[in-house]
Design a protein around this ligand. Structure first.
Ligand SMILES: [Zn+2]
Length: 409
């Protein structure tokens, strides 16, 4: 019964929530790493809307950053007290957005959001505006016509797109007292079109650099050179075959189910066509199942690379570029996953399943602290793309899911 009133209230706030999302997305919030001036202007607009709801407590955790005019990257926690005060449902969303990319690929100004055929278009409307607006309007509806079943915390953070050092990571390190293992933590910053995927664990991220040193010379005299591009080509093929045949473990919980080993970046070598290159650099980006030890992966890479280098009489240096080992995943039967699955079922009639993914999400920061976090959204999946858009029905529907979790009854 109680939830029906909330559903009606959220429907009644449909236009207001779209207008709010459109309004905040007119304010670009790009971090200094993306040559932007930070999140402050957008943050203040969001804070004003949150304050209107009347939270019981507001905690601001500004992270000092001299690279932006305001000298801080803002972070806000708005807390609503519930019947059960022993646990908090946190819904974390981020304020910052990514740059527009190729402007000519957009049909309209990315920072002038517009509605067309049931969609709202603009940079940041999906990533992460939809979740942010849905959480704010869910809290408002519950506050107005219902009751919070447990404490609810809206966490609105900066710097997600560039590493979270001034956002969630800063918040967790400066106020570790605020988050507890019994809390329910939801980070709606990735999802699926049907809303059927609850992300609870991630693969290791492992990036490795290969630098081959041979000798450069005229293209007509290969007999006097050591052509590193030829070595690179052979080495990539050899690595590809070796890694995929050695690390064959599959885990159907993940999608894709196996570890992935992809040659990605290849740095430029010589500028002209009639020179044999004497130095080549390429990278592998690997997403490795958590049960595989990355030490075994690098050993295999070094041995394969050395064998190929020896065959061609060149040197190779194999260097770890980035190693981010994933923490233990959130348990599939943890309270946040169960509450979320029930709410998704009730609102959308969709049976969701907990799943592991290859990419890394902001939930990693919680999991590294032993805090159970789930990632879920019903979204179009156009984050970072031109003509980013959200289905307004998802904005409203996701608000109902969040509100259902906030009531927790
Ligand atoms: Zn995001």
């Amino acid at each position: 019964m109680g939830f029906q009133r909330i559903v009606q209230r959220i429907e009644g706030l449909r236009n207001e929530s779209v207008n709010f999302l459109a309004r905040i997305c007119t304010i670009p919030a790009l971090g200094p790493d993306n040559r932007g001036s930070g999140e402050m202007a957008k943050y203040l607009a969001i804070k004003e809307e949150v304050l209107k709801i009347g939270p019981d407590e507001i905690i601001e955790i500004p992270a000092p950053d001299n690279r932006v005019p305001d000298r801080v990257r803002p972070n806000l926690l708005a807390i609503f007290k519930g019947k059960d005060t022993s646990r908090t449902l946190w819904i974390l969303s981020h304020i910052d957005v990514v740059p527009v990319g190729e402007l000519r690929l957009w049909d309209h100004d990315p920072f002038q959001p517009y509605v067309k055929d049931g969609y709202l278009y603009g940079r940041g409307v999906e990533d992460n505006g939809q979740a942010l607006a849905a959480s704010v309007f869910a809290a408002r509806a519950v506050k107005e016509v219902g009751e919070f079943g447990l404490n609810v915390g809206l966490a609105l953070v900066s710097d997600e797109e560039c590493g979270s050092l001034y956002g969630l990571d800063y918040v967790l390190n400066n106020r570790p007292d605020l988050f507890k293992p019994q809390d329910l933590i939801l980070a709606p910053d990735a999802g699926s079109k049907d809303g059927d995927v609850i992300e609870i664990s991630e693969k290791h991220l492992f990036q490795v650099k290969f630098k081959i040193t041979g000798s450069q010379g005229h293209a007509s005299r290969p007999d006097k050179c050591r052509n590193t591009l030829r070595v690179a080509a052979n080495m990539i093929v050899a690595l590809d075959e070796a890694l995929h045949s050695k690390f064959i473990t599959r885990d159907s919980f993940f999608n894709p189910a196996e570890s992935t080993f992809e040659p990605t970046r290849k740095d430029a070598n010589v500028e002209n066509i009639n020179t044999i290159p004497g130095e080549d650099v390429f990278f592998f980006d690997c997403r490795v199942l958590p049960k595989i030890d990355l030490a075994d992966v690098i050993v295999e890479m070094r041995s394969v690379a050395k064998a190929v280098a020896d065959k061609f009489g060149v040197d190779v240096a194999v260097q770890e570029h980035l190693r981010s080992e994933s923490p233990n995943g959130t348990a599939p039967d943890s309270p946040v996953v169960i509450a979320l699955a029930q709410a998704v079922q009730e609102v959308y009639g969709v049976q969701s399943r907990p799943q592991g993914i290859g990419g890394q999400t902001v939930a990693t920061f919680f999991r590294k602290k032993g805090l159970p976090a789930a990632v879920w959204e019903k979204i179009e999946g156009l984050a970072h793309a031109p003509n980013e858009r959200v289905l307004i029905d998802n904005l409203v529907g996701n608000a109902k899911v969040f509100a259902r979790m906030m009531m927790n009854s």
